[in-house]
Ligand binder design. Structure first.
Ligand code: ATP
Ligand code: MG
Length: 268
């Protein structure tokens, strides 16, 4: 594993302007974070701690009411915060892609999943229809869809929640990104399906040499798959390290509290 981080966030600060007032709310208060190639970094923390906005800021997907006050986000040798929108658009989807919590709302109900996958592929890869079909079907195969070619013609409502999330992951990896940011990818799924999706992320990490930021409020999920863990609280990273160490010797009281909340199997 190389020593240079694939992604390095330094002193990221950002505010939200609240509707109907001049009051600014600090959402991210000086985040430093490094993500190394080939690892899964689990980013955990309570609701509102700033996990999602940190993730969105990486490729400039923040809402208009947000403003970045300071920081640098280095990825593949460039500061993404300093890139013009046009260059950022090329990074988004092809070098860095996202999977979000709710696959139902991310997929358009009136188009087949094949059409939606092919659209993504054609947009980012300059591929014709025939090639796009093959790449899209290949991507469905990568995420473990049974009979991927037939499934290209399925509509989102014909699939289970877990299968829809596989489609979203297929869409995210179709262009072979370096970095996949999965924001609560299993929160809307039941427990068995959750485990399957986590296993899939681990497999894809190996097979496609992906780097993954896995955002969740659930520390037990992170413990299953992530090599590194970062804990956020109130807009700051309060703990960071090898997942095993974070578990065994948490240094911050908030991390200790989170660990105490994990149900212990077999009461170790
Ligand atoms: N569109 C927005 N407008 C105003 N404030 C926002 C907006 N989005 C997020 N915030 C604020 O930014 C802070 C961080 O929000 P963020 O969504 O990143 O939290 P989170 O850690 O992802 O929480 P969750 O676990 O609930 O997803 C919160 O205080 C939130 O109120
Ligand atoms: Mg969030």
């Amino acid at each position: 594993m190389s020593k240079e981080p694939l992604l390095e966030i330094t002193d990221l600060r950002l505010d939200f302007k609240h509707a109907g007032s001049d009051r600014m709310v600090e959402a991210v208060r000086g985040v430093d974070l490094r993500v190394f190639e080939g690892e899964i970094l689990g980013l955990v923390g309570e609701s509102g701690s700033g996990k999602s906005v940190t993730a969105l800021s990486i490729t400039g997907l923040l809402p208009k009411t947000a403003s970045v006050k300071s920081g640098r986000i280095f990825f593949e040798g460039r500061d993404l915060l300093a890139l013009p929108e046009e260059d950022l658009r090329k990074v988004r989807g092809s070098r860095i892609s996202y999977v979000f919590q709710d696959p139902a709302s991310s997929l358009n109900p009136v188009f087949t999943i094949g059409d939606q996958l092919m659209e993504t592929v054609m947009l980012h890869q300059n591929a014709g229809k025939g090639d796009a079909f093959d790449i899209a079907a290949g991507s469905l195969k990568d995420v473990g869809m049974p009979s991927p070619k037939e499934q290209m013609y399925a509509y989102p409502h014909q699939l289970s929640g877990g299968m829809r999330q596989r489609v979203m992951i297929a869409m995210a990896i179709a262009c072979r990104p370096k970095l996949l940011i999965a924001d609560e990818p299993t929160t809307a799924l039941d427990v068995t399906v959750q485990a399957q999706i986590l296993e899939l992320l681990s497999e894809l990490k190996e097979e496609l040499s992906l780097t993954v930021i896995l955002i969740t409020h659930d520390l037990s999920i992170v413990s299953q798959v992530a090599e590194k863990t970062a804990v956020m609280q109130q807009g700051r990273i309060v703990e960071y390290g090898d997942t095993e160490m974070v578990y065994r010797k948490p240094s911050h009281p908030y991390t200790k509290k989170l660990i105490d909340c994990i149900p212990k199997i077999g009461g170790r």
